[in-house]
Design a binder for this molecule. Sequence first.
Ligand code: HEM
Length: 368
Amino acid sequence: PQIVPFRGQRQAGIVTQQQDRLTFAAFDVVTRNRSELVELLRTWTAAAESMTRGQQVPGGASQLQAPPADTGEAAGLKPGNLTVTIGFGPSLFDDRFGLAAKRPALLRPLPKLPPEDLDPHYTGGDLCVQACADDPQVTFHVIRNLARLGAGTVVLRWMQLGFGRTASTSSAQATQRNLMGFKDGTRNLRAEQAELIDQHVWVGAETDQPWLRGGSYLVARRIRMFIETWDRDYLGDQQNVFGRYKGSGAPLTGVSEFDTPDFAARDAEGGLVIPEDAHVRLAAPEHNNGTRLLRRGYSFTDGIDPTGNLLGGLFFIAFMRSPEQFISVQRKLGESDALNEYIQHIGGGLFACPPGVGAGQHWGQSLF
Ligand code: HEM
């Protein structure tokens, strides 16, 4: 059960039971030649499929006078449920490749979502690749080899390693904790909720671009946590920020993790038990016209910043049928989430992930 099929109706790595590790990369296309780009997608598809089986990047017989086809660091490692998922950014659809007419109307750069402060060095990209597996060396190996195969056609724009999933995508998975120490993913969508997944995750007949039907939009947000500030906050306030107990993960109106929050409940003094500005109140579908997201993010750290503070947080990833789902929930969080005191969105991107790759097909076949 360590091999997740690469081909299928949907791309793997979306409703696939979330693995423990991530390497995410955004690439820019540097060639102006459309057929070079298509050729690379074909090469990438074969490489990704091979790696998900735990095999090496295919290529000629090894020769002492040439670099090996595979860089080698994953040889002998288990595939670890590796999935490799591709997405196309809005900038791919400018007029370089004659794709302007194929751009889905909803695929445009996200609007400004205060209080974000996005670093251009960690934002955007023509393409993205999400590699998830239970071993970080396996996911890094994927991005490294795709970048290498892409030399001359694409360049890496930014990259993020993630450890520790901050969501669950299957009811079989226990909830893990984010770097604030809270259980994260409790009320996430689950693969088993087929109807809700159809309704909130997969692009359907409503899209203006048939090539995207059966795909999904990916929103990535590199969210820094002000960890030192958070660590000085007292427990009662930490719990009020989320509206949940830190230990059990239960809503402040319940006793166990999966109890349904009672957003109307008031305490003896008449105040709301789950505060007005609690993260779960503002993010809940009950307060967003039923909007849901399939969250699939990871914790990250990149060491310390120039002032010596820990640089880390949550690399938020979510899949959805329309980017509007993220935009509307984030607008609401941006206005009044108690969590805003402790976080900042510092990078990310929006990408359209095409449907799955059928037998004999390659990534992006329906687009080009
Ligand atoms: C719920 C943490 C950012 C959307 C939660 C929960 C935690 C949490 C602990 C409660 C458990 C759960 O149901 O998963 C965080 C942290 C963030 C962050 C630490 C940033 C560092 C975001 C962003 C969005 C988002 C950017 C989307 C715009 C949601 C949603 C829920 C949720 C939809 C479920 C609400 C419900 O149905 O009760 N988050 N979150 N979160 N979060 Fe976040």
